[in-house]
Design a protein around this ligand. Structure first.
Ligand code: HEM
Length: 456
């Protein structure tokens, strides 16, 4: 029986009764898809092959010598929890539609990928998601990228050594088109944050029973069927047991200085004073900096970051409909749209992102998010989120505005904000906040099964 991708029951991957097909799936799936892999330090390599045989041999060697399976990863996590034994680094691979062609797959063959956005490639999808023109992207992303190689670990030296080793094994016919490096940032509570200073990565679709069991589930069910991220790998020896995932990669630059000015202006405009001032930024993100959901509390909370909530009791007077987390996961509907986010922050800065330093001390560029997410469908998940939700000022309610964090396109309509948390009094209509996140380039990839890569 093929693996059931629609099953709502989270996977008990460690159970003795796990069926043979699901076991085979986990043995042939890349890590970091069903469960996030440690990638505090991350190297991202963009490669072009140029020779079918050499490209194949390189990927086969990479898969057989340096890549572990999803199951290996889960076993490592278990061994770390029980015996404190450290795991091995993450090596992941994604191949673009151009990459598949360069590895010898015909145009007809590539049509076996059900996802039109993937078959088009990101450069052909600008109009669909209001991206900047390709000429404005960074040079690396203007070129035809065939594959992305992700190398992640808790230790920078491990990543650096593995990066050098892998690059040393690239055949002479291949080219390294460019690379990025990501580095995690944490607040004093130890939670991962992004450059605007907010806790990030907390809300995820969970697929594994041990992860789901740890979460409170009174209001929000974090368990999702495998189909939100997995599809049969069309070129694997046995697509019913060998799966892959569509990977979106986008380099999103953040103008932190501008965002911090906007937070202040909004707080001033709404007359917010003292601790209430933090509500301005929270209205843009939908969570306070410490991760407290704005729909649940008027002030930041302390304690573990809550994810067991919905917006059902909120007409927009607590968390605006445009707030980033409300746009990208309305919670009362759209579960099939939710993707597994696996991004990492990039760029060096000398200030502390979570302190109260004034905007002029903040970077205005060169830092941001290497946005990455695994999808069962780029069209129905990543692109749908970006266009139908984030870029759509009328989503959920008319004239509520773009997503202030990631919305793209003209922000011409005016919006209002609640003056007091949970009370009907709204601000006069005002211009939407300016765009502070700029897409610098990216590509769509497919993270194939290990069975495909080992068979090349
Ligand atoms: C630089 C760009 C971005 C920043 C600064 C950012 C920031 C954040 C923050 C602070 C959170 C709250 C943490 C959490 O709930 O896990 C969040 C959640 C989320 N973001 Fe973003 N994000 C960015 C880009 C994107 C993009 C491009 C998308 C998709 C098109 C996206 C989709 C989501 C989703 C789905 C959630 C979880 C919502 C939930 O389940 O409650 N983000 N983001």
């Amino acid at each position: 029986m093929p693996v059931d991708l629609t099953n709502e029951q989270p996977l008990a991957w460690d159970s003795a009764t796990l069926d043979a097909d699901t076991k085979a799936m986990l043995d042939n799936l890349q890590p970091n898809i069903l469960r996030a892999h440690v990638r505090e330090h991350l190297s991202v390599l963009f490669v072009r092959f140029n020779d079918v045989a050499e490209g194949k041999a390189f990927l086969r060697h990479l898969a057989t010598t340096k890549m572990k399976s999803a199951r290996n990863h889960l076993e490592e996590l278990r061994d770390f929890a029980t015996r404190g034994r450290r795991g091995t680094p993450y090596v992941g691979v994604g191949i673009s539609k151009a990459g598949y062609r360069d590895l010898g797959h015909s145009v007809e063959d590539v049509r076996k990928f059900g996802d039109k956005a993937f078959r088009d490639g990101m450069k052909q999808r600008i109009a669909e998601v209001n991206d900047p023109p390709v000429e404005q992207w960074e040079r690396t992303y203007q070129r035809e990228i065939h594959a992305v190689i992700l190398i992640g670990d808790a230790e920078p030296d491990t990543v650096a050594a593995l990066r050098d080793e892998i690059l040393g094994e690239l055949p002479a016919s291949a080219r390294l088109l460019g690379e990025e490096s990501g580095q995690g940032m944490r607040n004093p509570a130890g939670d991962g944050i992004e450059h605007f200073g907010y806790v990030d990565g907390r809300s995820q679709p969970l697929f594994l029973k041990d992860e789901v069991d740890k979460e409170p589930k009174k209001h929000w069910d974090p368990a999702f069927p495998l189909g939100n991220v997995l599809v049969p790998d069309p070129f694997a020896p046995d697509p019913a047991r060998h799966h892959g995932s569509y990977l979106v990669f986008r380099k999103l630059e953040q103008n932190v200085r501008a965002f911090k000015e906007i937070e202040q202006d909004l707080a001033d405009g709404l007359g917010l004073a003292g601790a209430d001032r933090d509500r301005a930024g929270a209205m843009l993100v939908g969570r306070f900096k410490d991760g407290t959901p704005l729909t649940t509390k008027p002030k930041a909370g302390g304690g573990p970051v809550v994810n067991d909530f919905t917006f059902d009791a909120d007409d927009g007077s607590k968390c605006p409909f445009s707030g980033h987390v409300r746009k990208t996961n309305p919670r009362s509907f759209g579960r099939e749209v939710i993707m597994a986010r696996r991004g990492q922050t990039y760029g060096e800065r000398t200030d502390d992102p979570w302190d109260d330093s004034p905007p002029e001390n903040r970077p205005s560029g060169e830092v941001g998010l290497l946005f990455m997410a695994f999808n069962g469908s780029l069209l129905d998940q990543f692109e749908f989120t970006q266009q139908q939700w984030a870029n759509n000022p009328d989503f959920q309610n008319p004239a509520t505005g773009h997503d202030p964090v990631i919305g793209q396109g003209d922000r011409d309509i005016k919006v209002t904000f609640p003056k007091v948390w949970g009370k009907p009094e709204m601000s006069p209509p005002q211009a939407q906040v300016a765009q502070t996140v700029t897409m610098k380039g990216g590509e769509y990839f497919f993270a194939p099964s290990l069975a495909y890569l080992r068979d090349l």
